[in-house]
Design a protein around this ligand. Structure first.
Ligand code: SIN
Ligand code: FE
Length: 312
């Protein structure tokens, strides 16, 4: 085999861009030192893993959360807490007292996650927007959903209703299940996937940028998504609908044990959740201008491929 062919074969079987797990001590006397390099790990597509739950959840609150069963009316989706409006959604019908308690626990989780992020990734301080928090009480194994809403198929995240214009989707998860892990599979990161599939998904032409800009200026909401957001949504669906990719993609399985916490850029780490029940999650939209490795952010990767800007 020629040297080039050999190199190609190695590349084909071992993709260059896969996520690693980076274990971090949960509590530390010196958070500044402990934060060193973590932004770079996240931006390289790795998952920060904290084995012992850094979020203090009282036994009473945990028991209350675990009692929210999927059989409760209205539990078809995750329960969300919207910090900006201090509002709970998706909780279905429940007594007002329970709804108030659930909201206060999710608010506490959301506040804790914001503080934890500031402490652990000081590079981002003041450069993010707190998006929704969620409680995930439904068993993921066998959960029924339409294909593009299924979370057991590998994908990168994109929000249909909250365009990011190139800002990054960072998520902080905690597994509050007392006995069972939450099992994820990750595949190649966006870097590798975009290289392979962006053209097939259809990269936006130069006109798309001006069109989006005009639509935003005119306040036309459904078009105010940037070409970047439109692409990421198409990319999300493309990956889930591509059965060949789902079957053949490189897979690494991770078991996040009870009481652990993990953080990653889910717009970059391709992920699927195979099983697990009872997790808390907080999403942050981190400014794309806060990146320590800007060339690795999905918007810059796509702009390199297209050769023109995809947002302003
Ligand atoms: C997802 O973002 O696809 C779901 C992750 C999870 O709930 O563990
Ligand atoms: Fe996802």
């Amino acid at each position: 085999m020629s040297a080039t062919a050999e190199k190609r074969a190695v590349t084909a079987s071992k993709p260059a861009f896969v996520s690693r797990m980076v274990e971090v001590a949960s509590a530390t006397a010196d958070p500044v030192r402990a934060s060193e390099g973590l932004a770079r790990e996240l931006e390289s597509g790795n998952i920060l893993f904290f084995p012992r739950m850094p979020f203090a959840l009282s036994e009473d609150d945990r028991a209350f959360l675990l009692a929210r069963k999927q059989t409760d009316a209205g539990y078809h989706k995750n329960i969300a807490y919207r910090p900006a409006e201090d509002r709970l959604t998706g909780a279905g019908k429940m007594p007002a007292r329970d709804a108030a308690k659930l909201k206060s626990i999710l608010k506490a989780y959301s506040d804790w996650a914001a503080q934890f992020l500031n402490e652990r990734i000081p590079e981002y301080a003041g450069r993010w927007v707190r998006d929704f928090a969620s409680y995930r009480p439904i068993e993921e194994k066998g959960r029924k959903a339409r294909l593009t809403a299924r979370n057991d198929l590998a994908h990168v995240d994109a929000f249909p209703t909250r365009p990011t214009h190139g800002d990054r989707i960072l998520r902080v998860f905690v597994n509050i299940n007392p006995t069972k892990g939450r099992v994820w599979v990750t595949s190649e990161t966006f870097e590798g996937l975009a290289e392979r599939f962006a053209r097939e998904v259809g990269i936006p032409g130069t006109g798309a940028h001006m069109f989006g800009k005009m639509a935003r200026a005119l306040g036309i909401r459904q078009w105010s998504r940037s070409p970047y957001d439109a692409f990421m949504l198409r990319f999300h669906d493309f990956l889930k609908e591509n059965s060949e990719f789902q079957r053949d993609c490189v897979k690494r399985q991770w078991d996040f044990p009870p009481g652990s916490c993990w953080i990653c850029y889910t717009d970059m780490v391709s992920h699927a959740v195979l099983s697990g029940q009872f997790a808390l999650e907080q999403t942050f939209l981190i400014s794309r201008h806060a990146m320590t490795l800007p060339e690795k952010s999905p918007i810059r990767i796509l702009e390199r491929i297209c050769g023109h800007p995809l947002s302003n």
